[in-house]
Design a protein around this ligand. Structure first.
Ligand SMILES: NC(=O)c1ccc[n+]([C@@H]2O[C@H](COP(=O)([O-])OP(=O)(O)OC[C@H]3O[C@@H](n4cnc5c(N)ncnc54)[C@H](OP(=O)(O)O)[C@@H]3O)[C@@H](O)[C@H]2O)c1
Length: 294
């Protein structure tokens, strides 16, 4: 008998790479196909059904996304096509073959005006085009497939690709002093932790031969911090001598508006899957180790 097939998009992204690495531990249970934009281009949704004529997975993890938050303000149609239209099409094709569809969304679906962590059922109100496109992707995935799992995550970083941790390390190596906003509050997510959680969920579902019905979950590392707190921890753990100064967001204007408070409540995820969440600092240490700083 052949193993169930898991297809993963965005193979060169942070989460895609983390899943690729981790998949080596699961080769006795699953076959994997990791695809990049050459094999499946989400800016061209018309090609999606053709891809599914040739590939018939049991699980589909969509890690591909238009993730350039600021650029999305001027490329909103492209962001919408990749993050919404194509996600809807992927979900639809998965539904046709009874495939559990998992796609990743963002804390930026919220407007940040809450005073306590957002639950999955709290009202959404994205402040920027990226958040809007991701929210529409969620809606289309839920509408088009009764087995769509949406995992909202936040502040993703890893030892690969572009992210806050790597940018901070570069700047801290180059400069004596850097300024970081201290009024945007959220929770970081180490891509390795999210990858591990996703493969644990799929392994469990596969072992009981069960597919989850459509729903949203929140996932990040534990802890509530500002970008400034995050930068200070990066600086102190990597023992770089750069000074980190706190500034308000108003001193760091960006094309896309950022929500100020996007902490998500992860209780639903914890109760459903019994997967403990790691503390953000422990995971940051893991990443710095991978980058050769510890
Ligand atoms: N990064 C964050 O802070 C953050 C926060 C919240 C939620 N998320 C969500 O988490 C998920 C994973 O994020 P990530 O940080 O791993 O993203 P990432 O590193 O930016 O990777 C995104 C991947 O999507 C691929 N991609 C972009 N446009 C594509 C297209 N038209 N067709 C096919 N593939 C395309 C990219 O391909 P190339 O390598 O060829 O460019 C890349 O491999 C995404 O859904 C993202 O929206 C991320």
């Amino acid at each position: 008998m052949t193993n169930p097939l898991i297809i993963v998009t965005g193979k060169n992204g942070q989460l895609g790479k983390a899943l690729q690495k981790l998949s080596l531990n699961y080769l006795s249970l699953f076959d994997f196909l990791f695809v990049d934009r050459e094999q499946l281009d989400l800016s061209n949704p018309e090609t999606i059904s053709f891809f599914f004529q040739k590939n018939r997975p049991q699980y589909f993890i969509n890690c591909a996304a238009y993730t350039a938050v600021d650029k999305a303000e001027s490329e909103k149609d492209l962001a919408y096509t990749v993050n919404a239209t194509s996600v809807g099409s992927l979900a639809k094709e998965c539904a046709k073959i009874n495939c559990q569809f998992i796609t990743i969304s963002t804390d930026y679906v919220f407007d940040g005006k809450a005073s306590k962590p957002y639950t999955e059922s709290d009202a959404t109100n994205p402040l920027n085009q990226y958040g809007y496109s991701k929210l529409m992707g969620e809606k289309l995935a839920l509408e088009n497939n009764p087995q769509s799992i949406i995992i909202r995550t936040s502040w993703v970083y890893s030892s690969h690709g572009n992210n806050f941790v790597k940018t901070m390390l570069r700047l801290m190596n180059e400069k004596d002093e850097i300024k970081v906003v201290n009024d945007q509050i959220g929770s970081p997510t180490f891509a390795n932790d999210l990858a591990e959680a996703i493969l644990k969920i799929i392994s469990h579902l596969s072992s009981v031969n069960y597919h989850l019905s459509s729903q949203i979950f929140h996932f990040s590392n534990e802890g509530i911090i500002s970008w400034y707190d995050f930068a200070v921890a990066i600086q102190s753990l990597s023992v770089l001598s750069c000074k980190v100064l706190a500034i308000p967001s108003s001193d760091y204007p960006t094309p896309a508006k950022r929500a100020l408070f996007t902490v998500m409540d992860k209780q639903k995820f914890i109760h459903q899957f019994h997967i403990p969440l790691k503390d953000w600092k422990e995971s940051l240490q893991e990443c710095l180790k991978e980058l050769g700083y510890l």
